[in-house]
Ligand binder design. Structure first.
Ligand code: CP
Length: 345
């Protein structure tokens, strides 16, 4: 795996499966009385958030803490950013404080790429503008695989405001890598200009696609990124592209409904559908912690540092585990740590 996770497009099939398998192992930690491992003890993870977030910020914080990393939460609001400090100067300040990994959410597409040029630690993209949100795609893939048992050959419809969606772009890349077939469904005004170069299909007829879908992923209408009218009215949008009970009934019985959140209930998704047993929305949030633990674990190479898929990081991680064996039984550590290490060899 690379040192950074900036784009889902950078993940090979091997990397993606390694993250999902590692997350599967780490998710079992949540069943324990004390859901914590010492793996990243002494490492510092900085959450650098320039844009609002509930799920991603809390999830990365929980993930880092469950691996015993020190966590610094930085929010642009109330910081020296308000006095005009640049991203570069903020990044260098964080580096001086010893950040081993920086998790960044930024309103500007490409901000994580720039950050990766300035700091020595790992950079994890937690959502940059309308570009990418790779850990959301990973947790979505994890959720689909858990619910439906596989990804290969599945038909996934991603529906709604594709134009402003970093989730859609990352999911198209990752799902394609994992062997799923993706169809984007949106009004023409909410599709990117170059959508014909994306590795997916496009449809404008939501209802006729539904009987053939295994997964329907609804996207939020991002009013805050819209500077003009992209559809005649919210009512018209919901009628043509919203998922209500009538449309839900068109899906095959095994199909699931996803949404990355936050939702506009009653706009892209009816409240009944969001709360239905076929909805995985709450599971997606829970799975996000295990997936982000896996990403941090693999990028930081356990207690050894460096990329986890090489450079002896796996051995260093195992060795670090031995040093904490007085605190945890060997069997417990083997089940939660050695397996993920094995998965990326
Ligand atoms: N799905 C997602 O990124 O949610 P937040 O904006 O709450 O982090």
């Amino acid at each position: 795996m690379n040192r950074h996770l900036i784009s889902a497009a950078d993940l090979s099939l091997h990397d993606a499966v390694a993250i999902l398998d590692t997350a599967e192992e780490l998710s079992r930690l949540a069943e324990r009385p004390i859901p914590k491992l010492p793996t990243l003890r002494g490492r510092t993870v900085v959450n650098l958030f320039y844009e609002d977030s509930t799920r991603t910020r809390i999830s990365f914080e929980a993930a880092a803490k469950r691996l015993s990393a020190d966590v610094i939460n930085f929010s642009a609001k109330g910081s020296s950013v308000a006095k005009g400090e640049s991203l570069k100067d903020t990044a260098l300040t964080l580096q001086a404080m010893g950040a081993d990994a920086v998790v960044i959410r930024h309103h500007a597409s490409g901000a994580p790429h720039r950050l990766a040029e300035w700091i020595r630690g790992s950079v994890v993209n937690a959502g940059d503008g309308t570009h990418e949100h790779p850990t959301q795609a990973l947790l979505d893939a994890f959720t689909i695989r858990r619910r439906l048992g596989r990804l290969e050959g599945l038909r996934v419809a991603i529906v709604g405001d594709i134009l402003h969606s970093r989730v859609a772009r990352s999911n198209v890349w990752l799902l394609r890598t994992l062997g799923a077939r993706v169809t984007l469904v949106a009004p023409p005004t909410l599709l990117p200009v170059a959508v014909d170069t994306w590795l997916c299909e496009v449809s404008y007829d939501f209802s006729s696609l539904l009987p053939f879908c295994d997964v329907v992923m609804m996207l939020r209408v991002q009013h805050e990124r819209m500077s003009q009218a992209f559809f005649p009215s919210v009512r018209e949008y919901s009628r043509r592209y919203g998922l209500d009970n009538d449309r839900l009934a068109l899906l095959p019985s095994h199909a699931i409904v996803m949404h990355p959140g936050p939702m506009n209930r009653g706009v892209e998704i009816a409240a009944d559908v969001a709360d239905s047993p076929r909805s995985t929305i709450v599971e997606q949030v829970a799975n996000g912690v295990a997936v982000r633990m896996a990403v941090l674990y693999l990028l930081l190479g356990g207690a050894g540092g460096g990329a986890a898929s090489g450079d002896g990081a796996a051995e260093r991680a195992v060795s670090a585990e031995r040093s904490v064996s007085a605190e945890r039984s060997a069997a417990e550590q083997r089940s939660m740590v050695a397996e993920p290490v094995k998965a990326v060899r």
